[in-house]
Design a protein around this ligand. Sequence first.
Ligand SMILES: Nc1nc2c(c(=O)[nH]1)N[C@H]1C(S)=C(S)[C@@H](COP(=O)(O)OP(=O)(O)OC[C@H]3O[C@@H](n4cnc5c(=O)[nH]c(N)nc54)[C@H](O)[C@@H]3O)O[C@H]1N2
Ligand SMILES: Nc1nc2c(c(=O)[nH]1)N[C@H]1C(S)=C(S)[C@@H](COP(=O)(O)OP(=O)(O)OC[C@H]3O[C@@H](n4cnc5c(=O)[nH]c(N)nc54)[C@H](O)[C@@H]3O)O[C@H]1N2
Ligand code: SF4
Ligand SMILES: [Mo]
Length: 697
Amino acid sequence: MHKKQFPVRGKAVVENGTVHTMCRMCDTRCAVKIHIKNGVMVNITPDDDHPINEGRMCVRGLAAMDQFYHPDRILRPLKRQPDGRFAEISRDQALDEIAEKILVIKNRYGPQAMSVWKGEALGFAQQEEYARRVIHAFGSGNYFSNDSACFNSRYLGCLLVNGFWNNYPGMENADLIILWATNPPVCHLPFMRAIADALQKGAKLIVIDPRMNPVACRAHIFARPVSGTDGALAWGLCRYLIKTGHYDHEFVEKYCLGFERFAAYAEKFTPEFVERETGVKKQMLLDIGAMIAAGRPRVIVYPGAGLEHHENGVNNIRVIAGMEALLGAVDTRGGWSWPESMGRRKLTLYDELPVTGHRPIGSDKFPVLYNIRHECHTMTAMDYMLGRGEYPLKGMILTGANPAVTNPNTRKVAKALAHLDLLVVNDLFLTKTAEMAHYILPAATFLERSELHDYSGYQRVGLSRKVFQIPGVKDDYMLWHDLAHRLGFGRKYFPWPDEAAVTRWILEPTEITTEELEKHPEGIVYRPVSYRKYENAPFPTLSGTGKIELVSPYLKKFGLPEVPEYVSPSHKALKDKYPLVLQTGARKPLLYHSRHQNIPHFRKIFSRARVEIHPDTAAASGIRDNDLVRIISGRGSVVVSAGIVHENEILPEVLELYHGWETAPVNLVTCDERCDPISGFPLLKAVPVRIEKVASR
Ligand SMILES: Nc1nc2c(c(=O)[nH]1)N[C@H]1C(S)=C(S)[C@@H](COP(=O)(O)OP(=O)(O)OC[C@H]3O[C@@H](n4cnc5c(=O)[nH]c(N)nc54)[C@H](O)[C@@H]3O)O[C@H]1N2
Ligand SMILES: Nc1nc2c(c(=O)[nH]1)N[C@H]1C(S)=C(S)[C@@H](COP(=O)(O)OP(=O)(O)OC[C@H]3O[C@@H](n4cnc5c(=O)[nH]c(N)nc54)[C@H](O)[C@@H]3O)O[C@H]1N2
Ligand code: SF4
Ligand SMILES: [Mo]
């Protein structure tokens, strides 16, 4: 704990007592109680009454105290000087100068030369919408976010098939759960309670992962396809279900489009083909198929990030979503349920203020991504910054993100950011990205803001409380508000004096008020979850057919394959030069992307980067545990310690290296050009590489 060294103590909303709020050290948003004594935060404990965490929390949540009081926190705006050092300036001076520079860029190059970038630390609702709103009101469509490499592929894969995504599909009611390329004990803790409940009631569990992730130990079947070949396995399973007749004939007939073509495409994925392509034995495919047949229709297949960071990830996820449809497991209890929205107001301006005069970056290369998500493509942004785009990108305001570590092809990212005329970074710490900024603004943590949290799978909304105010530190809303007013569109688009007023406006069309939410820290159910809504309402799929789209006429409009075709991953063809496959970014319990390496007691546990390697693979290159090794791809190389794992823990041809390390940035070897044609996702999970020993330990 650092609170003794903390130079400025925030003013707490109560001098002594407990404040209920939601933890936002990760997107799970557990309900927690902040304990305050003499104005100082002394403890954080879980709230008992919230359905998300039910009285539990994790150590990262507790570390919110360390983060809040951290001696390295930036508390004053900083301006880069000609000699490269940073000097403190006042907030007014910083914002005046930033606004002036933005207007210079606008006058010289047009509004599209400005952009914003929202990172994972700010989540996916209210905070994200501020960033979208500000840049749009300014006249530019260039909104970027971590979603260029997070969640969009899963979202699009499911949306293209059944018209919706569900971040919490109610696993506790399933008879069979398939965790496909996801690691909930580390990444999504509340899933574990739901999974445990289901298992206790007799449900079966299948885990599909090239690595022995912790939940695999509980699985009835643990299948290990070589990274990037999951699509072939998914097709093989669909073929099995169709051939054996174990699918919901009536549901398919009434509610699905394109079954014949889907079934015809599945033909080639015989168990023999699947075994050759994925390494998963014929018999295991048949066993999984039989378990699915026995579990239907209460089957939930949850797709993780391990499926989306691939060259053809969206199509692989489409096949999995299609399999749910074959089983009639859509919008059913114990299946992939269809959440209803609460009908709140949105802060985005896409409907009322179309972007004119320029193409948002990436919307030509990845039109599906842009049309559905209104999301620009961060990898393409780097080219625009470097002067290789349709128009120049000269300025960026970046909040809650650290792309100098987390975006692929790190070297290019650094070069591109250095090319900007204006880079403003709003962060808590002097990160690798902040080091490159012209201005750094002190960001507020989640304890210093209040926002709505929509737990859509539960159809429940909650309000987090602002617990502290640190003098001079403003929340993200005030950043955008103050800039918008300086840029001349504040009165029209940011009229609310503070975040509380915004929240009231957002909630107006609903029957829920902020006052009620304050009285109910456990949140309010805005509509009970219901099932089989499709019997009375069309599926909200994109082609307007009202049916589940096993083949997608919508994609055809963009010249993309209607059937979710399988594409063999590129590492297979590059075996001679790059015999290994590097997976990156399997999450670590205490780390969060590039965050938390500065929490001293975490650092003791995860002190350095290690690449997971199979003992035979290590032996073949004369590598011993802890030796320094170099991983080389067609893009670059990274030097890291070898961490030899047990032979059951990883496939021999696969390596795994976490992506958040500043000391061993794996994104030096990932590449930004090999992107999924639908979502634009970079290839982060099946990178062709070789390994060599650099030095003995
Ligand atoms: N502690 C912690 N929790 C986190 C995060 C964090 O940084 N730290 N990040 C959060 C965020 S933003 C996200 S997006 C989620 C991601 O959460 P998850 O979706 O659970 O993703 P990962 O941990 O990246 O990967 C899960 C598994 O996918 C496997 N995998 C990798 N490639 C492949 C493949 O080609 N095929 C198959 N079948 N499996 C593969 C990996 O071995 C790993 O075990 O986690 C969230 N939770
Ligand atoms: N190779 C590889 N790369 C990956 C991935 C992978 O699996 N492999 N995963 C990708 C995924 S899924 C994601 S989501 C991205 C995440 O990538 P980023 O969005 O860059 O996320 P972080 O590295 O967590 O950076 C968050 C920053 O926000 C700051 N911060 C913390 N709290 C707050 C706050 O309340 N307000 C503000 N303004 N700032 C705050 C932190 O100090 C930190 O610098 O990484 C992606 N990159
Ligand atoms: S899982 Fe941990 S870090 Fe995430 S919200 Fe819950 S307590 Fe916070
Ligand atoms: Mo993510």
